[in-house]
Design a protein around this ligand. Structure first.
Ligand code: AMP
Ligand code: MG
Length: 418
């Protein structure tokens, strides 16, 4: 039995960063930039006003105050989006709206609040300036945000809403990113019935396909749902072959030592097994290997395949630990670790057989400190315990357990670092 780290290292050693693709800027959210982005323009394109007010010559405001306003002749109004036509001569001002380019001759802005405008009605022939301003006051300079020809975003950056906005501010509608992996998902088991279908005695609904597909989506990949394979070699092989155009193949169930657990055998026949069983709980019977796919031209491709245990909690926990980092690596992401916190545990956990325990817990933050309480059931078939939990408390394999009050490391399931 190998350790969690050894298993992860083997898996990551078999997955590669995928190719680039061109995407619409908004559709690239969450993907990794595959090119350096340089700007061909200044943003903003010209000096403009940061406030609604009056463009003035700062020297015309010398000595202005509420008690002794300086009166300037208003010669024009400039809304945002229009080029001012006039030039400021001494003693004049231009009414100007946020974002509008600065008229020639003006060197500063006096906000409406610092004029007597509010006390007047109708068209203004002149405006009372109620304060002094320095040259440059409330003016945003051309290229202040992004200078022409500068490097704006670097290859390898994760596209977040801010990156989408910056790309749009450059006028870019498309961007090159690493493509999202397609993840084939196959549930196995004669007992399984798909959702939306009537259930009969002895059967259960297939939940793994959906929890796994939801995780695939949450981490930015594209699920390819293959449905349910029966516990027979022929059914498994037929279904496996339907997913050979995927980048990663996930099966659930059929990896234990039961009479009908035939994933390992089929995997060995259709590809290669790298390991089976990991020193962890839940999730011990995890299988990993590669499936051999041969295309029309005879080119062989080895698709990484993870056989997750069938128990609904085990499949979710092993997904978080092993499938998530594999997906992130394929997407070109560099930070593959899920966020963890140190918490004080309120319950005891006994480690009987030297495996690393991942116990479901509800983590709360009080006065800057984290506290973890185990969910009521820790049975790996009790999926509602995952609903109650927002964390996985780690008990190291070389420890006999943890006591209430101990400090523990907790993987935070609902936090995502990229
Ligand atoms: P297995 O690993 O195939 O022995 O399955 C272990 C347990 O998980 C059994 O109780 C199965 O019925 C259950 N199980 C397996 N696959 C699924 C699934 N897709 N949805 C819900 N439960 C499952
Ligand atoms: Mg089964």
């Amino acid at each position: 039995m190998i350790s969690v780290e050894q298993a992860l290292e083997k898996i990551l050693g078999c997955v590669n960063v995928l190719e680039e693709e061109e995407k619409q800027v908004l559709d690239s959210l969450g993907q990794v930039l595959a090119e350096d982005i340089y700007s061909s323009i200044d943003v903003p394109p010209s000096d403009n006003t940061a406030m609604d007010g009056y463009a003035v010559r700062s020297e015309d405001t010398r000595g202005a105050s509420k008690k002794s306003p300086r009166f300037l002749r208003v010669i024009d109004t400039v809304p945002a989006g229009y080029i001012p036509k006039c030039r400021l001569e001494p003693g004049t001002a231009v009414r100007i709206m946020t974002g509008a380019p600065i008229p020639q001759g003006a060197d500063s802005i006096v906000r409406f609040e610092d004029t007597d405008e509010s006390k007047r009605k109708g068209h203004l022939a002149e405006i009372g300036i109620l304060r002094e301003v320095e040259a440059g006051f409330d003016i945003r300079r051309a290229g202040e945000d992004i200078a022409k020809d500068s490097l704006v975003l670097s290859k390898g950056a994760v596209i977040r809403p801010a990156e989408v906005g910056v790309l749009a501010s450059l006028g870019q509608s498309k961007v090159r990113v690493i493509r999202r992996p397609v993840v084939a998902i196959l549930a196995t088991g004669d007992e399984l019935v798909d959702i939306g279908q009537p259930i009969s005695p002895g059967k259960i609904y297939n939940s793994n396909t959906y929890s796994v597909a939801a995780l695939v989506q949450r981490y930015g990949a594209i699920p390819k749902i293959l449905g349910i394979a029966q516990d027979s070699e022929s059914s498994l092989v037929a279904k496996l072959r339907q997913g050979l155009d995927s980048d990663l193949f996930i099966t659930t169930g059929g990896v234990s030592v039961g009479d009908y657990d035939m994933i390992k055998g089929v995997l060995a026949a259709e590809g290669e097994i790298a390991f089976w069983t990991v020193r962890m709980k839940p999730g011990k019977p995890l299988a990993f290997g590669t499936l051999k796919a041969v295309d029309e031209k005879g080119t062989v491709r080895n698709i990484p395949q993870l056989g997750l245990p069938g128990n609904p909690v085990s499949s979710m926990v092993t997904f978080e630990l092993f499938v998530r980092p594999a997906i992130l690596k394929m997407m070109g992401k560099r930070n593959l670790a899920k966020p963890t916190v140190e918490a004080t545990i309120k319950d005891s956990i006994v480690n009987t057989d030297g495996r690393r325990i991942f116990a479901r817990a509800k983590v709360e933050k009080r006065k800057g400190k984290y506290f973890a309480r185990l969910t009521l059931s820790q049975g790996s078939g009790v999926l509602t315990s995952m609903v109650q939990a927002n964390g996985l408390v780690i008990v190291p394999e070389d420890k006999p357990g943890v006591k209430a009050g101990d400090s523990v490391k907790v993987i935070m399931l609902d936090q995502n670092e990229e």
